[in-house]
Design a binder for this molecule. Sequence first.
Ligand SMILES: Nc1ccn([C@@H]2O[C@H](COP(=O)(O)OP(=O)(O)OP(=O)(O)O)[C@@H](O)[C@H]2O)c(=O)n1
Ligand SMILES: C[C@](O)(CO)[C@H](O)COP(=O)(O)O
Length: 229
Amino acid sequence: MTDIWGIVVAAGQSRRMGSINKIWMPFHGRPVLQWTLARLHQAGVTQGVLVIQAADIARAEALLKENHWPGWWVTAGGSERYLSVLAGLKALGPRSPDEVILVHDAARFLVSSEVVARVVEKVREIGAAIPAMPVVDTVKTVADGRIQKTVPRNALVLAQTPQGFFYRILVESYRQWSGGVPTDDAEVVEQAGYPVFVVAGDARNQKLTVPEDIPLFERWLGAPDGGQT
Ligand SMILES: Nc1ccn([C@@H]2O[C@H](COP(=O)(O)OP(=O)(O)OP(=O)(O)O)[C@@H](O)[C@H]2O)c(=O)n1
Ligand SMILES: C[C@](O)(CO)[C@H](O)COP(=O)(O)O
């Protein structure tokens, strides 16, 4: 799909993982980053920018070469996720207004082709879409240990990636952003006033975040479908 570009952000510090760089952690003999890119390739996303810590650029380039993934190039990330996304957008260079940009967390390494297809379809229709999961627990706001409110959960979802946007919408939204540190790209686009739609996410499209997540991914990868959904 020549009008679809990935920005895979992989330049985080993995602090909650205990500072082992989680994108290089092996699962079934392949590092997380290799799984992520292989899944995106399977889904038809074969080109884009891989945003990585400066010290890891050579290693990432070697990974791309070994796997014969010539459509990707590598750039250094920033100190916050959104700064890494901006570095990726800059490295992507000017694109046509309605080309589709998929911003994906390298740490969501079991992303499925179905999730990618749902996001891309909605972006082509509306211009901006993200996958998300319903909230299954009761949600409370809390201050100093005391519950302030129970929040109706039927209007809440948990945002995943890839988050997809027309190039012009993503660039224009980031140009306007002045709100501090956004925790995802949809927030930047929402803030700029563009409608962002939600499509069904996937439980296995979870972000590898803390050591307790590791056995879960091992189990999914050990399943007869090899973690496919
Ligand atoms: N400055 C940053 C921060 C995060 N990320 C990437 O954004 C994704 C989602 O971030 P998260 O899972 O929170 O990763 P870390 O920031 O590495 O984790 P932590 O917050 O525990 O340090 C990851 O693929 C991560 O590598 C990035 O490219 N640049
Ligand atoms: C972008 C994201 O994956 C959406 O859920 C998430 O916000 C990234 O997490 P972080 O802890 O802010 O890096």
